[in-house]
Design a binder for this molecule. Structure first.
Ligand code: HEC
Ligand code: HEC
Length: 269
């Protein structure tokens, strides 16, 4: 009998032991982690570069050279930065397939982790524009009206007033910006792919890029960004003018007819 009761533990004993153990490991982790973290980051970074180099040798070196120095089939990637890789591979432009006036978008064949590794490798060849963070590209709270002004002065000559794109010379074209993610819009501005000029932070600061992204998302009918109201198809001043003309003028005529009818009646009676 005595033996049994000695072995009978309080039902919460196991829980208490578990909590103590957790607290102890947590404490140990807290004590040792900060010192080890920077080092762990560095190791992760060099691992990513190694993995990226392997992917690069298989998929990119034939055109861009074994060390990214470029060949007759592709430009040097030294100094293009992680943002250029994230844009080119993330939109399916790279790896390029056949030569043409402009490398088109295709199905993306690498996953984001692999793209990050490729980007880490290319960035290790020479400093260049860095892939933006989530908060850098988040357009919430940005100034849509200012973004519209900036878009009309810097982008509309090629991409059209609401970003639906347009043809350029020699078989080149500025693509439609509908459905392009904020990150890729940001990176296109940072790196200036093919015949597009680049808009580095020195000439176009982060906030202006955000304003432009907010404008593009608004005119393309992104629900979360539209301030409300009817979009009128987003076709710009012509359709909006026409809408104003037909409904505005129609309304005025209707009112004039109504007023005339009533004054006529008032005179008669
Ligand atoms: C068939 C040849 C070919 C292959 C394969 C290829 N590229 Fe390219 N790449 C090109 C050409 C040509 C250009 C220049 C045209 C352009 O700017 O899009 C280019 C441009 C780029 C640019 C833009 C450079 C700049 O100045 O902004 C990046 C970044 C890039 N490639 C990365 C890659 C990566 C990463 C891979 C492998 C996943 C790859 N490419 C595979 C031919 C190739
Ligand atoms: C001189 C003409 C020109 C101007 C000005 C220009 N672009 Fe472009 N843009 C292009 C061309 C050409 C491409 C296609 C490049 C490619 O396929 O590599 C492009 C591609 C893009 C893309 C990639 C779209 C996609 O489908 O992946 C985005 C985003 C973009 N431009 C945004 C802008 C913004 C924002 C501005 C203004 C700040 C701007 N562009 C100004 C010509 C231009």
């Amino acid at each position: 009998m005595k033996k049994l009761s000695a072995r009978r533990r309080h039902p919460l004993a196991a829980v208490v032991v578990l909590l103590l153990a957790l607290a102890a490991t947590g404490g140990l982790y807290a004590a040792f982690a900060p010192a080890g973290k920077a080092q762990a980051d560095e190791t992760a970074q060099s691992l990513a570069i190694d993995e990226g180099k392997k992917l690069y040798s298989v998929g990119c070196a034939s055109c861009h050279g074994s060390g990214g120095q470029g060949t007759t089939d592709g430009p040097s990637l030294v100094g293009v930065g992680s943002a250029a890789v994230d844009f080119q591979v993330g939109t399916g432009r790279m790896p390029a397939q056949q030569p043409g006036a402009q490398v088109p978008k295709k199905k993306v064949i690498y996953n984001q982790a692999e793209i990050d590794q490729l980007a880490a490798y290319v960035a290790s060849l020479g400093a260049g524009p860095i892939t933006p963070t989530k908060s850098q590209v988040d357009p919430s709270g940005a100034d849509v009206a200012k973004g519209g002004d900036l878009f009309r002065t810097n982008c509309a000559q090629c991409h059209n007033f609401t970003g639906e794109g347009g043809a350029l010379t020699n078989g080149k074209y500025a693509p439609s910006l509908e459905g392009v993610s904020p990150k890729h819009i940001y990176e296109a501005m940072q790196t200036g792919p093919q015949s597009m000029p680049s808009f580095p932070d020195s000439t176009m600061p982060e906030q202006e890029k955000k304003d432009i992204i907010a404008y593009i998302k608004t005119v393309n009918g992104d629900e979360s960004q539209t301030p409300g109201g009817l979009s009128l198809g987003g076709l710009g001043p012509v359709s909006e003018g026409l809408f104003g003309w037909i409904f505005g003028l129609g309304g005025l005529i209707a009112i004039a007819v109504w007023v005339a009818a009533h004054t006529a009646k008032a005179k008669k009676s």
